[in-house]
Design a binder for this molecule. Sequence first.
Ligand code: CS2
Length: 472
Amino acid sequence: MTQLNTQSLAIAAQRGAAVPAYDRQSLTPSVVHIGLGAFHRAHQAMVFDALLSRGDRRWGVLGVAMRSTQLADALQTQHGLYAVQIASVKGIHWQIPGAIVDTCVLARENATVIQAIAAPSTRWITLTVTEKGYTPELAKLIVQGLTLRHRQGLSGLTIASCDNLSHNGKRLQAACVTAAQAVSAELATWVDQVCVFPNSMVDRIVPAATPERLQAARDSLGVDDAAALGTEGFWEWVIEDRFVDPSDGPALASAGVTVVRDVAPFEEAKLRMLNGSHSAMASMGAVAGLKVICDCISQPEIKTYVRDMMTDEVAPHLSRSDWAEYREALLQRFANPELKHSVHQIAMDSSQKIPQRWPPTVGLQMKKGASYEHIAFAAAAWMRYLQGRNEAGASYALSDPMAEQLQPLAIAHANDPAACVKAISAFESVWGKDLPTNAAWQARVTHWLTQINALGVLRAVASLNQAHAVSK
Ligand code: CS2
């Protein structure tokens, strides 16, 4: 079958895919995107595609993969094109965005990335490097490019972190200023004051591509696409109104981005409601042997649990006042049967995700003297998940930078919940400063881990739901 590329694009268009109508040949990159995963391609790259479609040619992307050469090279052969299958309540449709005009691999083409950051035509850097990606090496790389810009008297850049971290822009700014200080105080001031690092909240459920999705692209579009993906209809990008070029705010807004003074209310709601529920379902589902999120949420006991957790533990602390609608929309999004969002994909790197998803809610409930049983249950399910074996005895690999520390503890204490909880609760990097020494928290996590061991995760969660209904 013909490979998707500029020449074969017409075949996909004939089969109904929405394709770029703008001239891509003469498009040069203005955005350096670091972290060429599925998320960027189905989120920011599609916003940039919308802007390009409106005739604003300042949003072509150089997509930088971190290490893996496969995707970057496949996209290169496909002239940056890939198909996105969008599944919403309105049905399924395909779109081929055209914003990515070039790709490279950081581990292989470090100098290319630095030169691209320093190119006069570059205006933005966007990043999706995951929670664990915010390392001094990353900041050093960005600063190498910024050093050249500074030296050449070029403009500063808008540098937008698009990862699920609270205050993502601020964090990146601090890391880059520190890296710049190692070069010179003058550069550090320039990075701090001439470049801007807007905080942002990004949202769209984009599962990792599967062979089935690639096959669906072949079947539907009549072309071979090694980089096809699937996502939902919903997307949201809320970004702080701070840009080097102030005209970027209205431009992004015209493409559906929410440009605001303060991202915090959106960010905390999203991290604690959506991502917090995701992480809870991921551990529970993996332990129970459920494969994907829609299978989890279609278990009545898990649905009740997730709904109650959002309503009674998370929402009371949100400044987003439309949380009830937000919750209902989330429950529907989780149930989207087309997404097939793997529980193991979400459980990956949990040690880096939990800090912004669960402990803030627990701390706030404690302050109020209110219950945090649902989050304690989620914590217990994660500790059980860390054993690397589900309830039917099937083993799975853990993918987490702390796996080597955590898994041996979970296995050694598999039959002693109290010891397991004590050992795994001790990590401040996961739970924050207070929970590792909080006896009440550990007692509740121990209780639920004991229940999970005795009853299995689904019956244990049903017992939590029952107790919760009685207590209301
Ligand atoms: C998920 C997120 O993998 C995960 O940890 O919770 O990728 C989630 O799908 C996105 O943040 C949705 O916007």
